[in-house]
Design a protein. Structure first.
Ligand SMILES: [Zn+2]
Length: 288
């Protein structure tokens, strides 16, 4: 239950912070604060105040290349965060959370543990697992090798799908070389298009998934038929990792900046690039 008083007080604090901000960036951060009234994320309990706020609360700073030091420019996000916390607002970070466009509650968009699974979809708009229409959502996943059901609250069995009794694994521990792409291709060859993938478990370096088929097409596919057509990656991801690591340059090379090496376990290749300290701090170093 939202505490209207806390919500209004939070709004007043944000407005006051906007006025007090010394910089345009600081005012921008105040504009960016998102308030919502509860969690749509499994495992989270709504705060007593009924108000959650997310933003980038870090003090605004810039990196001085000459001195190689960070200089604080505006501490308004940090001060606003402390003030909101004081009145009971639950604090989260905007690079980890988003708001469901259905119920306006908070969903986590970044993993907080190795076993975390997504509880929202953001194809057309961002919607939490409680707000999606299960039938329409499962139909959207049909025939898609790059998408999978990760919601524990939707059971495909209740919507006309049957699970193929074979557990698939993809990961880096060796032998975990099931390929959704190959499995999808094999299904299509067998005349089945109403299939979808369900991610059952996620680990630090691997995951297990299942193939579900709509009952109208279930007889077309068997594990043996799939195996005969091929369900595995061209190269075992564990071997690809080994090759990529062996080929990754050990020396960081000359030039300014921080060396970032990215490994592609689908091909066994590595790429190296230089990023600035600012890019590294902003977390853009691993974006392709
Ligand atoms: Zn929702």
């Amino acid at each position: 239950m939202t505490n209207t008083n806390t919500f209004e007080r939070a709004l007043r604090l944000i407005k006051a912070a906007h006025v007090a901000a010394k910089t345009i960036d600081g005012k921008g951060r105040c504009d960016d604060v998102t308030l919502c009234t509860g969690y749509a994320e499994p495992g989270y309990t709504d705060p007593d105040s009924g108000v959650i706020a997310f933003c980038n609360w870090n003090t605004i700073s810039s990196y001085n290349n000459a001195t190689q030091k960070r200089v604080d420019v505006d501490d308004i996000p940090n001060r606003l965060c402390a003030a909101l916390e004081k009145i009971g607002v639950e604090i989260e970070w905007s690079d980890e959370w988003a708001v469901c466009e259905g119920c306006q509650k908070a969903v986590r968009t970044q993993a907080d543990s190795y076993g975390w699974k997504r509880s929202y979809t953001d194809d057309d708009c961002l919607v939490c697992r409680d707000c999606v229409d299960p039938v329409a959502f499962l139909e959207e996943l049909e025939g898609e090798e790059n998408k999978a059901l990760t919601f524990d609250n939707i059971d495909p069995a209740e919507h006309g799908y049957k699970k193929l009794e074979e557990e698939f694994q993809h990961g880096l521990y060796g032998g975990q070389d099931a390929s959704p792409k190959k499995i999808a291709k094999a299904c299509r060859k067998l005349g089945c298009t109403r299939f979808l993938f369900v991610i059952d478990d996620v680990g630090q370096f691997d995951l297990s998934f299942a193939l579900w088929i709509h009952e109208s097409e279930y007889d077309k596919v068997t594990a043996a038929k799939l195996d005969a057509l091929g369900t595995k990656t061209d190269i075992d991801p564990a071997d690809a990792l080994k090759i990529a690591l062996q080929n990754a340059p050990v020396a960081t090379g000359g030039g300014d900046g921080i060396t970032v090496t990215t490994i592609d376990v689908s091909t066994g290749t590595s790429t190296v690039k230089k990023v600035t300290a600012q890019e590294f701090i902003e977390g853009t170093a691993f974006k392709r």
